[in-house]
Write a protein that binds this ligand. Structure first.
Ligand code: AKG
Length: 466
């Protein structure tokens, strides 16, 4: 069985399996939520919405989950057996058999599914998941528990099971079908209020002081396919202006209060700390980097809204980054109406649409991807530095590890804004171009082009890989 999310193309933000050094919720069941939104620039000018009446989940997720478990359980059990996880296998076989009964034996299914959840999570924290079957067992347990929670009319918890299944690599179609069934019973209606400007419009000193030294070519986004084709075939990076004309996203998404009010109850993966490169292999190279699953409201309060607090008030040293995540499939599906797929992507096959949401100070180390990318800067500012493919000899791509981040060979060992030229002397020869991306800019980054990205303010970007 192939749960495909971790099989996404290589990038510093694709460290399969994710969450291995996580500092997770101590209790995977915990649904602790941060209580209130923090201050912003003045009170939101949105009328108090009427109390929201939640419909009960109209359709049960049971047939979907049963079908999924039926399809995959035998193979995962066989893989668990072959990988010294006989007790997880026994629990999985039992949980599946209780789910199969008509009607399902809910209490017994829950007992064994919770055992699987606990043992697989513990394994993830202590040794990582050495084989994909551990991850599959976790996902299968979440879907079974989702049924049990729906049956118990706790749709909010059931939805969080789906979020966990999605984040931990559950198959998009099946998990999203369950999410679609549960969402109306849980989610507050999306508020249609005026944006409250939670990203400040005045440029902070970090932006005004920075001048790109080798500016990337800028031009208007062409409207004719022939011109787009010329850009695509030329294979050089270019900054395209005006590509978001007509999009609602830039004005709506800068309101983090709105984001929080509409989606704060959903779980998302957040990278904590900075990814350190070039310090050896595997987990060691991640330094203080970890990944945690948290509620979107906690993420917004802790990492995004803090930029609007008075100087010194509630500032967090830690960086949290919701990076390279299929957010628009898992959580924010209504937001798909606020943007459109750039036409240039039709020159290839659209592979992944990922969200990048974080405060100022996030850093994505220099790397290249195996797909062409239209990188859309929707909210806030980012500094980017690009090195064309022909500079690869100077980039010190890390290749030594057999597994983990560095096995992918697409990550540079060089800290490009602060290079250690003793360790990486050839980097002195590397030619680059750079830019500050502003709201509305789209950057075309062809496959193989090395890129380094640092956010200068709170920022919300979308990457379209094609
Ligand atoms: O925005 C970022 O931090 C990195 C984006 C990136 O590397 C990508 O889209 O490939």
């Amino acid at each position: 069985m192939d749960f495909s999310i971790f099989d996404a193309p290589a990038s510093p933000h694709t460290a399969p399996p994710r969450l291995t050094t996580a500092e997770p919720d101590a209790d995977p069941e915990s649904s602790t939520r941060s209580p209130t939104a923090h201050g912003c620039t003045g009170p939101p000018d949105i009328p108090e919405p009427p109390p929201f009446k939640r419909p009960r989940a109209a359709a049960s997720v049971l047939p979907l989950a049963r079908c999924f478990v039926q399809k995959h359980c035998a193979q995962t059990c066989a893989d668990l057996r072959a990988n010294d996880a006989a007790s997880v296998e026994a629990d999985l076989a039992l949980a599946a058999s209780f789910l199969r009964q008509d009607p399902p034996n809910h209490s017994q299914c829950r007992v064994f599914a919770e055992r699987i959840e606990t043992s697989t999570w513990e394994a993830l924290l202590t040794k990582g998941w050495p084989h994909v079957c551990w991850r599959e067992a976790y996902v299968l347990a979440q879907l079974m528990l989702c049924c049990m929670d729906t049956e118990a009319q706790d749709e909010e918890k059931a939805l969080q099971r789906c979020d966990r299944a999605f984040i931990l690599g559950g198959p998009c179609t099946e998990v999203c079908d369950c999410i679609a069934l549960l969402e109306p019973a849980v989610s507050p209606p999306v508020l249609n209020g005026r944006p409250t400007d939670c990203v400040r419009e005045d440029l902070p000193p970090a932006v005004t002081a920075l001048r790109p030294s080798h500016p990337i070519e800028r031009r208007r986004m062409p409207t004719h396919l022939s011109e787009l084709r010329a850009i695509h075939t030329r294979g050089a990076a270019v900054l395209l202006e005006g590509g978001m004309d007509g999009w609602q996203a830039p004005s709506r998404w800068k309101d983090f209060h709105w984001l929080r009010a509409a989606y704060g109850h959903r779980l998302v993966p957040v990278e904590l700390g900075r990814l350190q490169v070039g310090e050896g292999s595997g987990a060691a190279s991640r330094g203080r980097w970890a990944e945690r699953i948290m509620h979107l409201d906690e993420f917004v309060d802790t990492f995004l809204l803090r930029e609007h607090l008075a100087e010194g008030e509630g500032r967090h040293a830690e960086i949290g980054y919701l990076a390279q995540h299929a957010l628009f499939e898992q959580v924010l599906r209504q937001l798909q109406h606020d943007f459109s797929i750039p036409t240039i992507c039709s020159l290839g096959k659209l592979k992944h649409v990922n969200a990048w949401l974080g405060p100022g100070g996030t850093v994505t180390p220099c790397h290249f991807d195996s797909y062409d990318n239209i990188f859309a800067q929707v909210v806030g500012y980012k500094y980017v530095r690009l090195f064309e493919v022909n500079q690869s000899d100077f980039m010190y791509g890390i290749k030594e590890a057999a597994t983990g981040l560095e096995a992918q060979g697409n990550l540079s060992a060089v800290d490009v804004e602060n290079p250690d030229l003793k360790a990486h002397p050839l980097f002195a020869n590397a030619k680059y171009t750079d830019a500050i991306l502003s709201p509305g800019d789209m950057l075309y980054v062809p496959a193989g082009v090395w890129h380094y990205v640092r956010s200068l303010t709170s920022s919300f970007s979308i990457s379209f890989w094609f």
